[in-house]
Design a binder for this molecule. Structure first.
Ligand SMILES: NC(=O)c1ccc[n+]([C@@H]2O[C@H](COP(=O)([O-])OP(=O)(O)OC[C@H]3O[C@@H](n4cnc5c(N)ncnc54)[C@H](O)[C@@H]3O)[C@@H](O)[C@H]2O)c1
Ligand SMILES: [Zn+2]
Ligand SMILES: [Zn+2]
Length: 367
């Protein structure tokens, strides 16, 4: 069959929107007709060569849609099911899955590193040549073939054009707060970077009962948005006192219990360390160039500070995706507020330019 997709051919060049060939689902795969896809900063980082990706590649990894067909051996899904595409296929058999850490599933690493399906092939092609899939999902395409385990079924009452955000940003952010950090009731939290991921961390912290939630972002509109979804204070990191001093001032000079980085820069990752109090936790969600190194002060180490990365919000998709959908439906998770624009696939390069200028929170492609 044919599908319209946005393809990356070269770093730092616009994506090309074109028609590709798409082979049907094979063993353990499903064909999805995406309803919508959010655009995440990780897509932007691949386009700009900060994160690796095999080209030509169909980017996108924050989609939701409807199962059109299933391949041999698929038992958990059938045509017509509504699904959210998730980053980890949770194979259940690798050593990480066996240790109950599906968010570190080795099959996920394979999908990301190879840009191919789990059997080593690609389903997308152009003039007989392979076109790779981001994370085995390739949500910047009207149709895609994905592993069965990467599609999590949701109720037909969940609006796919909105809950698609749960595919990456929301699960990453809410999960970082409630799973990775386990933010406790009455605690203090700072979040550096209030895009789709940071706004979701703020909501997770609110749901877990944090008393003080400080949103750190240079854009006034992002700080306002952060306040509307649960932040108690907003801090402009470029104000004369700088982010660390301002966060400390809001916590009686002590610093916060938890500081999250949701931007992906070395300097802001290092800031989390100075924002937390003794025995506090720095949680790193943002993804800079994976070869970069950070510096941490020894005084903090002896002050029992801890730093931890958060991969896909330490999420168990089969447990977390349905409950995040429920939290949206019952009003606890505010997703509509996070969607700045709904766009056509043809507008994707403009949406990346806006993300580069830090305009808006999430743009959502509607198919
Ligand atoms: N760990 C994971 O599993 C995972 C998953 C998804 C995304 N990510 C990463 O999370 C990060 C955030 O993604 P996003 O989609 O929310 O990005 P985004 O572009 O939507 O948001 C980034 C925000 O940072 C703000 N900002 C810019 N400079 C700043 C500064 N100096 N101090 C504070 N804020 C500043 C911008 O105004 C913007 O609001 C990216 O690095 C992305 O790759 C990680
Ligand atoms: Zn993402
Ligand atoms: Zn696994």
């Amino acid at each position: 069959m044919k599908t319209k997709a946005a393809v990356m051919y070269e770093a730092n060049k616009p994506l090309v929107v074109e028609v590709l060939d798409l082979e049907g689902p094979k063993e353990g795969e499903v064909l999805i007709k995406y309803t919508a896809s959010g655009i995440c900063h990780s897509d932007y980082s691949v386009v700009h060569g900060v994160l690796g990706g095999k080209v030509p590649m169909v980017l996108g990894h924050e989609g939701a849609g409807i199962v059109e067909a299933v391949g041999p051996g698929v038992t958990s899904l059938k045509p017509g099911d509504h699904v959210i595409a998730v980053l980890t296929p949770s194979c259940g058999t690798c050593w990480m899955c066996k240790e109950n850490k599906p968010y570190m599933c080795s099959q996920m690493g394979k999908l990301m590193a190879t840009g191919r399906m789990l059997n080593g092939e690609t389903r997308f092609s152009k003039n007989g040549k392979p076109v790779y899939h981001m994370a085995g999902l390739g949500t910047f395409s009207e149709y895609s073939v994905i592993p069965e385990g990467s599609a999590v079924k949701v109720g037909n009452n969940a609006p796919l054009e909105t809950v698609c955000l749960i595919g990456c940003g929301v699960t990453t952010g809410v999960g970082a707060a409630i799973n990775t950090a386990g933010v406790h009731k009455g605690s203090s939290v700072a979040v550096i970077g209030c895009g789709g991921v940071g706004l979701s961390i703020i909501q997770g912290a609110r749901i877990n009962g944090a008393a003080t939630i400080i949103a750190v972002d240079p854009m006034a509109e992002k700080r306002e948005l952060a306040m509307s979804v649960g932040a108690t204070h907003g801090v402009d990191p470029f104000a004369p006192d700088g982010p660390i001093k301002q966060v400390r001032a809001l916590t009686g000079g002590l610093g916060v219990h938890y500081a999250f980085e949701a931007l992906g820069r070395v300097d802001t990752i290092e800031q989390t360390w100075s924002m937390i109090r003794p025995a506090g936790r720095a949680i790193i969600v943002g993804m800079p160039d994976q070869k970069s190194k950070i510096k941490l002060g020894m005084a903090g180490i002896l002050g029992e500070k801890r730093i931890k990365g958060s991969g896909y919000g330490s999420a168990h998709p089969k447990r977390d995706i349905p409950r995040f959908v429920d939290w949206y439906l019952d009003g606890q998770l505010k997703l509509d507020e996070m969607i700045t624009k709904r766009i056509r696939l043809e507008d994707i390069n403009r949406a990346f330019d806006e993300m580069g200028r830090a305009e808006g929170a999430r743009s959502v492609i509607m198919y």
